[in-house]
Every structure is written in C-alpha cells, then in structure tokens.
Design a protein around this ligand. Sequence first.
Ligand SMILES: C[S@@+](CC[C@H](N)C(=O)[O-])C[C@H]1O[C@@H](n2cnc3c(N)ncnc32)[C@H](O)[C@@H]1O
Length: 280
Amino acid sequence: MFKSIKRKFKKLLQLIGYWLVDLGKPDSPFSKTNLSFDTYIRLAKEASNEKYDEIDSYEALLGFKVDKSWLDELALHTQIVIKDSKLCYAHGRVLYSSLSSYLTNLNQKNVDEEITILETGTARGYSAICMAKALKDNGFGGKILTFDLIPNEKKMFWNCIDDQDGAKTRLELLNPWKELLDEHIIFIEGDTRHTLKSCSLGRVNFAFLDGAHTYEDVMFEFFQIKDKQLEGDVIVYDDYSNNLFPGIVKAVDHICKEYKYERKDIFAADNRAYVIATKK
Ligand SMILES: C[S@@+](CC[C@H](N)C(=O)[O-])C[C@H]1O[C@@H](n2cnc3c(N)ncnc32)[C@H](O)[C@@H]1O
C-alpha cells in the first residue's frame, strides 16, 4: 500500500518535472518575416560579396577552403536573416578550414578512427553542417553532437527565406542537407547546463562553443569538455568582441592562459572575431 502511494507520488513528480522542462523550452525564438524573395536574394548577395582578408589568409595558410557556392546556398537558408548587426557567416569558413586541417593532421599520424565534435548553439544548423561537410570532404567518419534549447521537430518560423513556405521544423528546413545530417549530426535539445552533464562522452576532438555568451556559461561548457581533450584537440570560439560580448573575451582569455591552449585570433569585421584554441 505504502509502496504503491510512493510509486504514484514519484510518477506525479516526474510528470511535473517534464511539464516544467517543457515550459522552459522556447516556442518559437525567431519571429516570422515578410520580406520578399528578391530582398532575401539581395541581402544574400551583399553578404556573399563581403571580403575578409584575414580569413582568406587563414585558408591559404592551412590549404583548405570551403566551396563558396555550397556555402552561399546553405547561408541563404540559415544565415540570411533580419537583424540589427551586419550579416556575416564567415565562421563557417573558419570552422571548415580548421576542422579539415585537424583531420589532415590525424591522417598523417595514421589515425583513422571516428572522431567526436561537440557544438553548443545549433540555431538553424549552419555551423554544424559546415563541420559535417569538412568530415565528408576529408573522408572522415565522426559524429557532431550539437546542443540547443530550440527543438528539432517542432514547426516554427525561422526568420529566414523559408518562412514564405510556412512554418517548418529544423529538420524540414535542413532537408536539402539531409545526407550530411543523417551521416554526422546528432541534435540534442535542452539547456546545456543540464544536457552537457547528462551526455557521457569520450574524447572531444573538436568543439565549437557558440551557445550562451556569458563568462559563466562559456566556462561551464569548457569545464564539461576540458578533460576530454588531448594535445592538438581544438575549440573554436565566435563573437570574441569586448564591445558586444565581454564575457566571451574574459572566458577565452582565461581558458587559453590557464588551461594551456595555443590561440590563433582571426578578425573578420568590426565586432566579429574568432579564436581557434589548440590544446598544447
Ligand atoms: C549564436 S547562436 C548559434 C549560431 C550557430 N552556431 C550558427 O552558426 O548558426 C546561439 C544559440 O545558442 C542557443 N543557446 C543559448 N543558450 C543556451 C543554453 N544555455 N543551452 C542551449 N542552447 C543555448 C540559442 O538558442 C541559439 O540558438
């Protein structure tokens, strides 16, 4: 009798827990836009024509460069949005080149095992797909675990050109890249403060920490992976900008100095810079 009441009480607590978690999930974090198709194409062309000298040099130095028309098409659906700041999707180039170079180094050491990539901040899926493309182009197997509060299978508007077709799930939005998704990407929904802890991972070869932009969150995410990286493993950071995200700057500086990561800083445009941190 007592056991049965205890079981029912536990079940009730569990249901309340699920309900609270659901309440915390964003319904539709992006607003619907009503721009014309032509306006999106114009914005996409302007963003595509932007020159980033430091990224050109970085690609030349590493010897890897993502196919521009492939990137522009992906960006049209996942990066060309209405926002106050200037559109810039050059982080896809940085991720592609950095990961390709990392994979080539593994190849030279005759390592051909599957690798694990971790990303916080999936958003519409742009950066995860750029990394999946690097895996495919370099003939590597591997999984990209990408974490976000935004659900994968809930129809919503994405503040992008696809909104003209009605609400879509993230999987529907990314259907043209389904092959890369199926082969390499695992979407994990929820707050990284909980989900990262509940994922038991081995080595994290390569990471892109692009979720919450506070000092505490970046440090928390770093602490979840720091003991899972070996010499040569990489973490990439976006939005290294003191004006906009002082918390990221403070966290990245602290991580590189205190936890022995060699850093390469790349400046793309005003207020847009990346840090590629390689474990020493
Ligand atoms: C800057 S965007 C990521 C952009 C994406 N990497 C790209 O290249 O398109 C940040 C994302 O992090 C997610 N995010 C913020 N805080 C989070 C948290 N605590 N847990 C999970 N996701 C979070 C947001 O929902 C948002 O989609």
